[in-house]
Design a protein around this ligand. Structure first.
Ligand SMILES: Cc1cc2nc3c(=O)[nH]c(=O)nc-3n(C[C@H](O)[C@H](O)[C@H](O)COP(=O)(O)O)c2cc1C
Length: 459
């Protein structure tokens, strides 16, 4: 592809794992040790990302503590104790002005009405900066907190997710943008003709509506997705406006880019209505040597108990304890491989079979990056890599994963962002006021206004 064809700017998100992306991040002297439940920490890193003009900050979520061997988990505190994102994000919105605030919420263990209401509220509180990462959950321990003994099967949960998102979007359209007249002279607060009852009845949900929150400032908060299985890609093409799926090689990214954007037409969507922003685990130093040292330090802190546990979780809790760490990964039983269709598992098997990595090498690669692509180097080297992927239509931007927080993020904002700006690849000022405007996404029209329909208020 022609390097010069692309003159737009890239989009950047910052993924805030509590202490950072690296499993041993909390051991870094420049990481906030109690990050998961330290609001001032989140406020400060979000303000740093805003200083760097990031489109958005993002926090992941699960509705359970990790399920695993406490022997390992005691050394790996990430996602054991941390804030509920939809309590955290409104508070972060209050201490920032421009940056998008995006969080995960699972469609498997929520009801659409709850999610529609929370994200609509967040969008109002943040004046149009809310985004929702739609996930289906992948761990059974979440099921155990919601009256189930087993997680939904992969296809079943994507089927539920697709209907869930349709219902949420329908609820967000409950009120037309100009439904609230609030006229003291006529003593009319809202126009009943602009209030719509969804009356959804589908395979998974029965939801009457309307929503008890006015239409969000963005129309709909921005929708993200991170799956890469066949079902995940199809859901992305159907509704996602940002995709965080990990991509490891430029040709692989270009295939993914073409594939997802190519699938959108059948849902009546234009390719530019979705931005592909895979993870980038960038470790930067003033020199390459400094960056490599920072990485080596974190890698040296991966305890084998943690490394094995991390791998075992990705392999459906397969017990690896009896195998030699410096030998090959055993064959993955068919029932494990067949069950999930998970991307992480596919990558791990590929690293073992195609690259011949040992168990230790695999867990070091996975643990260091948590399955994301790693780039280590000087600001120029990192910007070169990002530019190549962007200009060659592998991506529309990146979801940057700071290795440790706040240190890794500070370095990226001070060293890499100016380099990208100097090359004209990244904004110097926010273009708009809402996350949609900054991401170059259209504001969706209300389905009722769009149809010119004035449906009668349902019973
Ligand atoms: C950047 C990124 C963030 C993710 N965040 C979450 C999350 O917060 N909660 C969650 O349950 N899954 C999360 N996932 C997992 C995905 O939602 C998805 O389940 C996984 O990528 C497997 O997708 P697939 O089954 O379609 O291959 C995330 C994945 C990525 C790449």
């Amino acid at each position: 592809m022609n390097q010069e064809r692309r003159d737009k700017k890239m989009h950047l998100g910052a993924f805030f794992h509590p202490t950072g992306n690296h499993v041993a991040a909390w051991l870094h002297p420049n990481a906030q040790i109690d990050a998961g439940t330290n609001f001032e920490h989140y406020a400060s890193i979000t303000q740093t990302a805003e200083r760097g003009k990031f489109d958005l900050m993002f926090v992941a979520d699960a509705v359970a503590v990790r399920n695993g061997k406490l022997q390992a988990l005691r050394r790996w505190p990430q996602y054991m104790a941390y804030f509920d994102p939809l309590t955290l994000l409104p508070a972060l919105a209050a201490v920032t002005k421009n940056i998008g605030v995006v969080a995960t919420a699972t469609t498997s263990y929520n009801e659409p009405y709850h999610i529609a209401r929370k994200f609509a509220s967040l969008d109002h509180i943040s004046h149009g900066r809310a985004g929702w990462n739609v996930v289906t959950s992948s761990a059974v321990n979440e099921a155990w907190n919601f009256g189930r003994d087993a997680h939904y099967a992969h296809d079943q949960r994507y089927d539920r997710a697709n209907e869930f998102v349709e219902v949420v979007k329908g609820l967000w359209d409950s009120w037309e943008d100009d439904a609230f007249i609030r006229d003291r002279s006529t003593e009319i607060y809202f126009d009943p003709a602009k209030l719509h009852t969804l009356n959804h009845g589908g395979k998974h949900f029965k939801v009457r509506g309307p929503l008890n929150v006015a239409r969000p400032p963005q129309g709909h908060p921005v929708l993200f997705q991170a799956g890469s299985s066949e079902a995940g890609r199809e859901s992305a093409a159907r509704f996602a406006e940002g995709v965080f799926t990990p991509l490891h090689t430029l040709p692989g990214a270009q295939d993914f880019y073409r594939d997802i954007k190519g699938r959108m037409a059948k849902y009546g969507r234009k390719p530019e209505a979705l931005k592909i922003m895979p993870g980038l685990n960038a470790i930067v130093g003033r020199t390459r040597k400094e960056a490599e040292e920072a990485h080596r330090f974190l890698q040296s802190k991966i305890h084998p108990d943690v490394g094995l546990e991390l791998l075992s979780i990705q392999l459906d809790n397969m017990d690896l304890s009896q195998y030699d760490l410096d030998g090959p990964l055993p064959d993955i039983p068919d029932h494990v491989a067949a069950e999930t269709g998970q991307t992480a598992m596919r990558n791990i098997v590929r690293w073992s079979k195609e690259e011949g990595l040992t168990i230790r090498q695999i867990y070091e690669r996975y643990a260091g990056a948590r399955g994301q692509r790693t780039v280590i180097g000087s600001p120029v080297e990192i910007a070169d890599d990002m530019e190549r992927w962007f200009r060659n239509y592998g991506v529309d931007g990146f979801l940057y994963h700071p290795s440790h927080l706040p240190g890794g993020l500070d370095a990226f904002v001070d060293l890499v962002i100016p380099e990208l700006q100097n090359r004209g690849l990244f904004r110097e000022e926010y273009e708009g006021k809402t996350l949609r405007e900054n991401m170059g996404l259209e504001r969706p029209k209300s389905r009722y206004a769009a149809e010119g329909c004035r449906a009668k208020r349902g019973g």
